[in-house]
Design a protein around this ligand. Structure first.
Ligand code: PLP
Length: 409
């Protein structure tokens, strides 16, 4: 068994900074001078509470989260939020519109990839008989082959409902490598200008694979933003929520008016009222994620990561583009909609992807195999995940390998 670490380009759980892993090793034995390891200490101890407060504050200041929004910590991952967000926002809608019929209670889903498709499917399951789930737009319609999630559709196609219980989108589609652009002038940006301005819009964003890799555009206009920790900031087991106060509602009062009952563990109000400590939280993932965001602050915060992530993505797409010109690589995603975090491309020719993956592995680079569902042929597709912990030097090493691969092809 090798004790050497490799470069892990995997999509998640993914690489974490080595310095943080080493610091966490110490905390595992003795957390903050308490003489008790972090996995052993009570979540109600003053030392853990102080750590949690600092963690929250580090997210709040780096993402510039306004006082209108709470930051909450929970478990259950993105998948848990596919359900929780539906139930909490249906409860909110019921309190605002006590007599609304299922036809008048509409959930708007923007579908730009496998994860938003899954979220919409869960909404359909939970809302059956209570509400109507609408696909606002499905990006496959605008794809090159009519089948792939390879683009952000034109703004004109985003026809939101009049007064929906939620509007849902996934900022970065991890499997398909499609992401909304953060340049407001780009046709691939999220069409914030089409949202009604005179009400508190229940806009929900899944930021699972792009949380804290750069600032969140129009954060204050969102009702709920959520992310599993396991891509950019920590191990799996922690889910982070940013919830606008008006979405923290008494779900039992809503149930008395006919809304679906909400399990206590999924209720945003229960989480908020208990300071995210209603039941035992994921102490160890919180600790490791807290160390990561502390390190991020020391490194210069999101401006530093935004610039680094921009350069990493630009360099990588440049070599993929070069390979495309030579007929060796083929990008899966249309220009302008490519993800900064998950670059997806094919290596053309019989056996070529296998050769690419094996060659990379020989040089200590792993986790490059794409998701089966994206592939248009027998093989897999390459997916390079460029989360925060992947350094520029590591990307340069991959690019050097890709350059040699092109030379030999
Ligand atoms: N949403 C996105 C964008 C994801 O990438 C993932 C997982 O990779 C999920 C949701 C599901 O998250 P989890 O596995 O934490 O339930």
């Amino acid at each position: 068994m090798s004790t050497e670490r490799v470069i892990n380009f995997g999509a998640g759980p993914s690489a974490l900074p080595l310095s943080v892993l080493e610091e966490a090793q110490k905390g595992l034995v003795n957390f903050d001078g308490t003489g008790i390891g972090i996995a052993e200490i009570s979540h109600r101890s003053k030392e853990f509470q102080a750590f949690l407060d600092e963690f929250e504050q580090n997210i709040r200041t780096q993402l510039d989260v306004p006082p209108t929004h709470r930051i909450l910590f929970t478990q259950g991952g993105g998948t848990g939020q596919f359900s929780a967000v539906v139930l909490n926002l249906l409860a909110r809608h019921r309190l605002l519109h006590p007599t609304a019929t299922p036809e008048e209670t509409v959930l708007d889903y923007v579908v730009t990839g496998s994860w938003s498709k899954k979220a919409a499917e869960e909404a359909r399951r939970l809302a059956a008989g209570h509400a109507t789930v609408r696909t606002v737009v499905d990006s496959r319609v605008y794809s090159k082959d009519g089948k792939a999630y390879d683009n952000i559709p034109p703004h004109a196609e985003f026809a939101f409902s009049e007064d929906p219980a939620l509007i849902y989108y996934c900022e970065n589609e991890t499997v398909d490598g499609v992401e909304f652009s953060h340049d407001p002038q780009s046709p691939a940006s999220f069409p914030f200008h089409l949202l009604k301005r005179d009400t508190l819009v229940p806009l929900v964003a899944d930021y699972s694979s792009s949380f804290m890799c750069r600032p969140i555009p129009r954060l204050a206009d969102h009702a709920v933003i959520y992310a599993g920790a396991q891509k950019n900031i920590g191990p799996a087991g922690l889910t982070i929520l940013i919830v606008r106060q008006d979405c923290i509602v008494d779900v039992d009062a809503a149930a008395r008016l006919g809304a679906t009952p909400v399990p206590l563990s999924l209720s945003y109000k229960i989480l908020a009222d208990s300071g995210s400590l209603y039941n035992t939280p994921a102490v160890l993932p919180i600790y490791m994620s807290g160390l990561v965001v502390r390190r991020m602050k020391e490194n210069g915060g999101l401006p530093y990561y935004e610039e680094m992530n921009r350069r990493k993505a630009q360099k990588l797409y440049a070599i993929v583009h070069e390979g495309e010109q030579k007929g060796v690589f083929r990008r899966k995603v249309q220009q302008g909609s490519e993800s900064w975090m998950n670059a997806v491309f094919e290596v053309l020719g019989e056996g070529a992807e296998k050769k690419f993956l094996e060659g990379a592995e020989k040089e200590g680079m792993k986790g490059l195999k794409g998701h089966r569902s994206v592939s248009s042929h027998a093989l897999l597709c390459i997916r390079v995940s460029l989360y925060n912990a992947i350094t520029e030097e590591e990307v340069d090493k991959l690019i050097a390998y890709m350059t040699r691969f092109l030379g030999e092809s």
